[in-house]
Design a protein around this ligand. Structure first.
Ligand code: FAD
Ligand code: DLZ
Ligand code: SF4
Length: 508
């Protein structure tokens, strides 16, 4: 009997578990572009274009490799509109008695597949270093699930950047060497460019026609849509970016939005690259003497550490994770997140590059977009909706723990031992945004003072009950308590004025 092998838009790996389990001679593969997946988030136009173009290219590759494929395009008249609907249609058409799929990276779709009247077998996604079961074993009995301990166990288990049982370079963590601000440099190697062939052009036109009101522009679309292009992106990043990635990974420059970042999260998350080969390439560059340990380690930490850990947390914490709101933040997301209309140069730059590239690097996401929302007390569900929509690499298994956990402390401290937050001083140190800002980063309160300065203390003050006893925040609370009463009141008044403007929908 024929079986239906379902390949989703972020499962574009030729050696994925469902294809491995399939029999080319009797099974049929199906892929489907559907409205339901295109609209569960208000996806950036470039994200839609990436997923559809990469799906079509992957479908072509499957056919060339001899698979029987049923591919549904978004605008096909028979399109059932949803993945369960398409699976039902294709099983009926083929007389298939079972469908096989890699378990999706989202609770929503897993539940939808379970609820299907057709038998859909969801296979474990083994494209990661750490399975869901392995993470559960690691988490079992631990009071605190800190990434650092998970990461060290993964290093030992994989042997990546290890010398025997010791970390290469003699340290597990080189973060303190990795916090340098960057200078503009006209000679920095630009990102590789990917040819927009007829397939990509057709998809870009379809996205513009079908989703004209979605956020973002398509002009700057430059993402790898095939395995061959993704391998070129990997090679470029290891050859040109990795050496300086470590020291400058937290730096931000208005005119250089990419700096030394790898731009590999999208091809990784849709399955065009495996984390194993990406980490192995970084390790080889270190052994070849081409990159220093702090860069190789910093990079491997992001993938073997943070990426695997975030996925572990998402599935370990369960489907309610995204609904948590430990700090009871209720404010609406400021419209500047969509319009970019703000006098805050850091936020304006981050939103503008997000609109044009569907990309911002980690510190822009965490310490600019995330930080302002956290300090302003924005509803974390709305913050998650935004992050899930606007970034090229946004899939819930990785977006939610980064946003709800790391950035908004909405999970009450599962991911972070204290909130990732800062006043303007950090942004001034790590970027060149403040020099061109309408606000004064040096002013602590009053009109014209950097909004982050007063909002920072407003956060500290309003959340004393939760964080006042946190040893990692003791210094901050001592600093607050030492300030004279008038200085404290001035900051609280300034923050209240900014929050009132946000509530009134006024420009900040
Ligand atoms: P680089 O900075 O060059 O890092 C190399 C690789 O490490 C990345 O390609 C990525 O695969 C991995 N990585 C780095 N940091 C993380 C992290 N915190 N979690 C998981 N993987 C990481 N990443 C996503 O892939 N999808 C998301 O939806 C996403 N949402 C985020 C939301 C917030 C609020 C924050 C603070 C971070 C988010 N990240 C997300 C993590 C990180 O910002 C991106 O992975 C990174 O910016 C991708 O760019 P890059 O490939 O140039 O990465
Ligand atoms: C993100 C996405 C989009 C926009 N469209 C499709 C689609 O039409 N068909 C499909 O199979 N997958 C799509 N995806 C990826 C899924 O949303 C993804 O598999 C789930 O979010 C689970 O990670
Ligand atoms: Fe951002 Fe404040 Fe600097 Fe302006 S002054 S760029 S608002 S940190």
């Amino acid at each position: 009997m024929t079986r239906l092998i379902v390949v989703l838009g972020d499962q574009l790996s030729h050696d994925g578990a469902a294809l491995r389990a399939a029999d080319k001679a009797r099974d049929v593969v199906m892929m489907a572009e559907v409205r339901a997946e295109a609209s569960y988030a208000a996806h950036h136009k470039q994200k839609l274009a990436l997923v559809f173009a990469a799906m079509r290219r992957f479908g072509d590759e499957l056919t060339q490799a001899g698979w029987q494929l049923r591919y549904t395009k978004l605008t096909d008249p028979d399109n059932a509109g949803s993945l369960p609907g398409e699976i039902a249609r294709r099983t009926k058409e083929l007389g298939a008695d079972e469908a096989l799929v890699i378990a999706p990276g989202e609770w929503r779709l897993r539940a939808a597949f379970e609820a299907c009247p057709i038998q859909i077998r969801q296979l474990p996604d083994d494209r990661f270093f750490c399975s869901e079961g392995r993470f559960a074993d690691w988490a079992k009995g631990r009071k605190e699930l800190w990434m650092e301990w998970f990461y060290r166990e993964m290093r030992r288990e994989t042997g990546l950047l290890m010398q025997g049982d010791k970390p290469a370079g003699g340290q597990w963590n080189f973060d303190k060497d990795n916090r340098k601000p960057a200078q503009p440099d006209l000679f920095r190697t630009p990102a590789p460019t990917f040819r927009k062939d007829a397939l990509v052009q057709e998809v870009l036109e379809m996205v513009e026609a079908e989703f004209p009101d979605n956020f973002g522009t398509l002009e700057g679309f430059n993402w790898p849509v095939s395995r061959a292009q993704a391998l070129r992106a990997l090679d470029h990043s290891i050859t040109h970016n990795l050496r300086d990635f470590g020291p400058y990974q937290d730096a931000m420059l208005g005119d250089d939005p990419l700096l030394y970042h790898a731009l590999l999260s999208a091809p990784l998350n849709i399955g065009l690259l495996s984390p194993h080969e990406v980490c192995a390439a970084a390790e080889s560059a270190y052994h070849a003497g081409n990159v220093p340990i702090q860069s190789a380690e910093g990079f491997v930490r992001q993938i073997l550490g943070w990426r695997e850990y975030m996925r572990g947390i998402y599935f370990h914490e369960g489907p309610d994770y995204t609904a948590r709101n430990a700090l009871d933040h209720q404010r609406d997301l400021p419209c500047a997140y969509w319009s970019g209309e703000t006098d805050m140069a850091c936020l304006a730059a981050t939103v503008a590059q997000t609109r044009d590239l569907a990309y911002a690097h980690h510190i822009q996401r965490l310490m600019v977009a995330g930080n302002f929302a956290l300090l302003a007390g924005v509803d974390p569900a709305q913050v998650q909706d935004w992050f899930l929509a606007v970034y090229i690499d946004a899939f819930e298994w990785v977006e939610a723990p980064n946003t709800a956990g790391m950035s908004q402390f909405a999970d009450g401290g599962v991911v972070a031992s204290k909130p990732y937050m800062s006043s303007g001083a950090y942004i001034d140190k790590m970027s060149d945004y403040c020099a061109g800002c309408a606000y004064d980063v040096g002013a602590k309160s009053g009109q014209g003072a950097c909004p982050l300065n007063s909002l920072y203390w407003h956060f500290i003050d309003r959340h004393r009950a939760r964080f006042g006893g946190n040893p990692r925040m003791a210094l901050v609370y001592r600093n607050w308590d030492k300030q004279d009463a008038q200085a404290r009141q001035d900051k609280l008044d300034s923050a209240a004025a900014i929050l009132a403007k946000l509530d009134a929908g006024e420009r900040v």
